[in-house]
Design a protein around this ligand. Structure first.
Ligand code: PAP
Length: 277
């Protein structure tokens, strides 16, 4: 396994985990600003100059040995890393060992919105010579479990089950919490062992973080508006900001598509205690 060969886990690692298009950008920004809240001024914050992808190292890029990637072996602890890998692919010393303090903060999202977001993203990255990917084709692939990093539902279940078994190790959030972000920020801080003090609450630090990481704020930073494509990196920072809404699927999916996806979700999550509502 590549991860066993190329990743040296540390007990203090904090891993932001997601299936693609479930809120990676938002969660990277939230966790980065929560754990570094005493290091930076909110009026001159790294998130106003860099995309969250540049502040939270992507584990898979390191494993693949991308030339543009800084070695994560040289980072100071605690390291904040991001991944799309399923929980089952991590070494047992990280996932099944209660004595390891490493933590996973996971976020998932209604699969109907995930599909729509993925489809838009795929078309942005699609070579100009090719015709756009039809939504029907994207739907067929997604609903049949053909996704990067494995079937969407299995990805969610892997982390969800782990959060039940190891609640101090795995925290599961939902993108839909974007509507009530302050609760989410407090939950993450508590989980990571850095809860907000009464003084911080009085200074409205939670609200500062919520505002800084909001879609509106991040998508309007120059660094996230400009075209950052390069030979090594075919994706632009702006590609990671589209609408940032809950329920945009109604504008794209047919009633039949949404019914099929809801049915799969219901079947897959039956008896697990998990739901998107
Ligand atoms: P990734 O998994 O490929 O890294 P990810 O950040 O999960 O990408 O997906 C981008 C989605 O998050 C987009 O959703 P949409 O297509 O439905 O609009 C993007 O708009 C949304 N997004 C990006 N930043 C934020 C944010 N700060 N708050 C809420 N949503 C965001």
């Amino acid at each position: 396994m590549l991860i066993d060969d190329h990743f040296n886990p540390r007990p203090t690692d904090i891993i932001v985990a997601t299936s693609p298009k479930c809120g990676t950008t938002w969660l990277r920004a939230l966790v980065f600003s929560i754990i570094n809240r005493n290091s930076f001024d909110f009026n001159n914050h790294p998130l106003s100059k860099a995309n969250p992808r540049d502040l939270v190292h992507f584990l898979e890029a390191h494993i693949r040995g991308d030339r543009s990637t800084v070695s994560i072996d040289g980072l100071l602890s605690p390291r904040l890393l991001s991944t799309h890998l399923p929980y089952s692919l991590f070494p047992k010393c990280m996932t099944d060992d209660a004595s390891s303090a490493c933590r996973f903060v996971y976020i998932c999202r209604d699969p109907k919105d995930v599909l729509v977001s993925k489809w838009h993203f795929a078309n942005k990255l699609r070579p100009k010579e090719l015709p756009p990917l039809p939504l029907e084709e994207a739907f067929e692939l997604f609903s049949n479990g053909v996704s990067h990093y494995g079937p969407f539902w299995d990805h969610v279940l892997g982390y969800w089950k782990a959060s039940g078994e190891w609640p101090k190790k795995v925290l599961c959030l939902k993108y839909e919490d974007v509507k009530e972000p302050s609760g989410c920020v407090r939950k993450v801080a508590e989980f990571l062992g850095v809860p907000f003090s009464p003084e911080e609450e009085k200074k409205w630090i939670v609200e500062e973080i919520v505002k800084l990481c909001s879609f509106e704020s991040l998508s309007n930073q120059d660094v996230n508006k400009s075209d950052t494509r390069s030979g090594e990196n075919p994706m632009s920072n702006s590609d990671f900001f589209r609408k940032g809404e809950v329920g945009d699927w109604v504008n794209h999916l047919s009633p039949q598509m949404s019914e099929i996806l809801d049915k799969i979700t219901e079947q897959k999550f039956q008896g697990t205690g998990f739901s998107f509502h």
